[in-house]
Design a protein. Structure first.
Length: 243
């Protein structure tokens, strides 16, 4: 074996070692990204995906921005960053995300974000008196940041069907579910048909309502024998009791 052959073999071994190291590094990066995907880690351009879609009404747009830029992101300390929401944290308004740096040994840290959820909600356009039916002509849609509003806003015009106002509503008022009352299926003192059901049986009867209930609400009833039961209003003057 001559010197030229030894040199080539040594070069080949060094090249092989470097290639193996490069592949190992690439494999580690791929593994980190795979782990990130399993934990709902996203890139900066996909931050809005961290907002739970179940909380979003139809037509909502989500805008997520950093409260303050962090100099570590994009620097050698954190050349590439992935972001995730923490368990139990609602991604609305001023909150935070967890940051994991890829390509460095920087420990994970938290970064403040401002989450805005823009969606059309119903606002009172004309004065509505207490007890008055609320019609489509009394409201209008306005796009607002839901993260800045108290819960209970109405986003669907269909929710107005057969509803009356529980209070006087002035123009500009954000319409909320507790501002509306549906038509009662059962009123206090009504004689109602009662359907009692249990495992393998169903019987009918009558009783007297001891309260008022809309469709699907629970109402107290009193049977002819004086027994007090609770049932669900299923139709006009019909109450279902599960035994």
């Amino acid at each position: 074996m001559n010197f030229h052959t030894v040199l080539n073999s040594s070069s080949k071994r060094q090249f092989g070692n470097r290639l193996a190291a490069a592949l190992l590094c690439a494999s580690g990066l791929t593994g980190a990204l795979a782990q990130a995907d399993e934990s709902r880690w996203v890139t900066e351009t996909r931050l809005s995906e961290l907002v739970d879609p179940a909380l979003l009404p139809t037509g909502a747009n989500v805008d997520v921005k950093f409260v303050k830029a962090d100099e570590r992101i994009g620097s050698p300390k954190c050349p590439a960053a992935l972001f995730a929401n923490s368990s139990g944290n609602k991604m609305w308004g001023r909150t935070f995300v967890r940051v994991q740096c890829v390509g460095s040994d920087t420990a994970p840290f938290f970064l403040g974000v401002d989450v805005k959820v823009w969606a059309p909600v119903l606002v009172i356009k004309n004065m509505v008196q207490s007890g008055q039916n609320v019609s489509a002509g009394d409201v209008e849609f306005r796009t607002m940041d839901l993260s800045q509003l108290s819960q209970g806003w109405v986003t669907d015009m269909a929710h107005l069907a057969n509803k009356t106002s529980t209070r006087q509503l002035w123009p500009g008022t954000l319409l909320k579910h507790d501002h509306l009352r549906g038509q009662p299926m059962v009123k206090n003192g009504d004689t109602v048909k009662v359907v009692m059901s249990g495992p393998g049986f169903a019987i009918g009867g009558t009783a007297v309502a001891m309260g008022e209930a809309e469709l699907g609400e629970v109402v107290k009833i009193k049977t002819a024998q004086g027994k007090i039961l609770h049932g669900v209003a299923r139709d006009a003057l019909v109450v279902e009791v599960n035994l």
